[in-house]
Design a binder for this molecule. Structure first.
Ligand code: AP5
Length: 216
């Protein structure tokens, strides 16, 4: 049976940052729905064109588009033994679809770490975030500065500020999260899968807490 992990948390909680570290340490693929959408946006694919407006407004891309896209990704060979999901599921319908899909491939969710951070800190984190163009590695001008300003330490590509990291869009993303995604906290808690992580700690401490619950 293959083991899947779902990272839950508001925009800017550190899901992408932690997923990259944990996936490297545990040797499991990091599947980020946001990164898949951004790749499609950059390449101007039909999927990217469908998602663009929603993303720029800080809204969720409709479930029928998102669920199919993530299921296609999870059927790739590298996810045969499991994956660390970041940004999916984000609605109750996505969570139900994920359960059905995992059942159909004889897989399971092992745990759902919920990275909790308060709203004020989320805004500070997102307004100082710089993202790499090539693979989506993330930096922060204060908390995780790149060695050379404007350049990704890992692949040398240019860093940019995401359009949806503008203050008004971040506030909208937090509202959308509270309304559409936060109900999943209770959903996974009832199943005994939720593990609360204090996301306000420094990056390395959050990683330690996560490694304790993921236990790979
Ligand atoms: P997505 O890319 O998933 O965005 P998000 O969930 O809003 O999450 P972020 O990527 O903004 O934040 P993060 O938690 O990964 O934080 P990060 O590690 O970067 O989605 C974007 C859009 O795509 C959505 O709005 C929607 O339109 C669409 N979409 C995606 N998935 C979808 C789905 N399932 N359904 C429908 N639509 C979907 O960290 C943030 C910053 O903080 C960085 O600068 C980092 O260096 C810094 N930082 C991290 N941890 C710490 C720490 N402990 N201390 C100090 N600084 C820290």
């Amino acid at each position: 049976m293959s083991d899947f992990y779902v990272l839950l948390g508001p925009p800017g909680a550190g899901k992408g940052t932690q997923a990259e570290i944990v996936s490297g340490r545990c040797g499991i693929p990091h599947v980020s729905s946001g990164n898949i959408f951004r790749e499609n946006l950059q390449n101007d694919t039909p999927l990217g064109q469908k998602a663009r407006d929603y993303m720029e407004k800080g809204e969720l891309v409709p479930d029928d588009i998102t669920i199919g896209m993530v299921q296609d990704r999870l059927q790739q060979a590298d996810c045969k033994n499991g994956a660390l999901l970041d940004g999916f599921p984000r609605t109750p319908d996505q969570a139900e679809a994920l359960e059905q899909f995992l059942l159909s491939i004889d897989a399971r969710i092992v745990c759902v770490p919920f990275i909790d951070v308060d709203d004020q800190e989320l805004i500070e984190r997102l307004s100082g975030r710089w993202t790499c163009k090539q693979e989506g590695h993330v930096f922060h001008m204060k908390y995780k500065p790149p060695k050379e300003p404007g350049i990704c330490d890992i692949d040398g590509s240019e860093l940019y500020q995401r359009k949806d990291d503008k203050k008004e869009t971040v506030e909208q993303r937090i509202r959308v999260y509270t309304k559409q995604t936060a109900p999943l906290i209770k959903f996974y808690d009832r199943k005994g899968l939720l593990k609360r992580i204090n996301g306000s700690l420094p990056i390395e401490k959050v990683t330690q807490e996560l490694m304790n619950v993921i236990n790979c």
